[in-house]
Design a protein. Structure first.
Length: 228
């Protein structure tokens, strides 16, 4: 297990990045795309959520071609063309019936010996207890883990697994809501229904600091390698 850290530090500790052709599937606001580029990778982010992709384009206007409107199930890439396919907390957002397709698609675009680097949040912890009021992901997170297990005995072989903990700080509950709804705008309605309880749990479960409220989240990593 890697001690409390960041997604970037964990990735750098686990995989070589410089000179690699990498795609980030479900890249969200594009922070990982920009960080990978700074590490010397040739990177493209794929995002089908209009809100998040819009934020990525706004944050990185000089590299708009690096953010492509596409879902995990149909990547617009040639066969065997990339070294690493990353899923940072995005596999469980793929419709359950298509998770296997998404992993097969990752295998298709990977070169022999390439890896799928999959990070999925554990369905537990303070942040999860707040977020489940808006969108209870217990089932879809379990389905994502099952899809990973199946892929490890199909299109891939399991290279390694590990866990680490990330720490997110939100200045206030509005910032947390902005992030959560940005990932999936359909959450806005549930948020309105449960707002009072969301606010209560946010302040009850978050760790108050001078910078805002801190939430830790355990992340589970699976590194799947495509057969050479």
């Amino acid at each position: 297990m890697i001690e409390p850290t960041t997604d970037t530090a964990a990735l750098a500790a686990l995989l070589p990045l410089d000179g690699r052709r990498i795609v980030d599937v479900g890249c969200g606001e594009g922070a990982m795309v920009r960080w990978l580029r700074a590490q010397g990778a040739d990177v493209t982010g794929f995002e089908c959520g209009e809100v998040m992709r819009g934020r990525a384009l706004t944050a990185d206007p000089d590299h708009v071609a690096d953010y492509v409107d596409a879902g995990a199930q149909d990547l617009p890439l040639p066969d065997a063309s990339v070294d690493v396919v990353c899923f940072f907390r995005s596999l469980h957002h793929v419709p359950a019936a298509e998770m296997a397709t998404a992993l097969d698609e990752a295998a298709r675009v990977l070169r022999p010996g390439g890896v799928a680097y999959i990070v999925e949040p554990v369905a537990a912890g303070a942040n999860f207890e707040v977020a489940r009021l808006v969108d209870d992901e217990t089932e879809v997170r379990a389905l994502a883990q099952a899809a990973i297990t199946r892929a490890a005995s199909g299109s891939f072989v399991l290279d390694q697994t590990t866990t680490y903990t990330t720490r997110s700080t939100y200045p206030d509950v509005a910032a947390w809501e902005h992030h959560v709804v940005g990932i999936d705008p359909e959450r806005a309605q549930a948020l309105e229904v449960h707002r009072e309880e969301v606010v209560r749990r946010f302040h009850e479960l978050g760790i108050a600091t001078d910078r805002g409220f801190v939430f830790d989240q355990e992340q589970r990593v699976a590194i799947l390698r495509k057969a050479p």
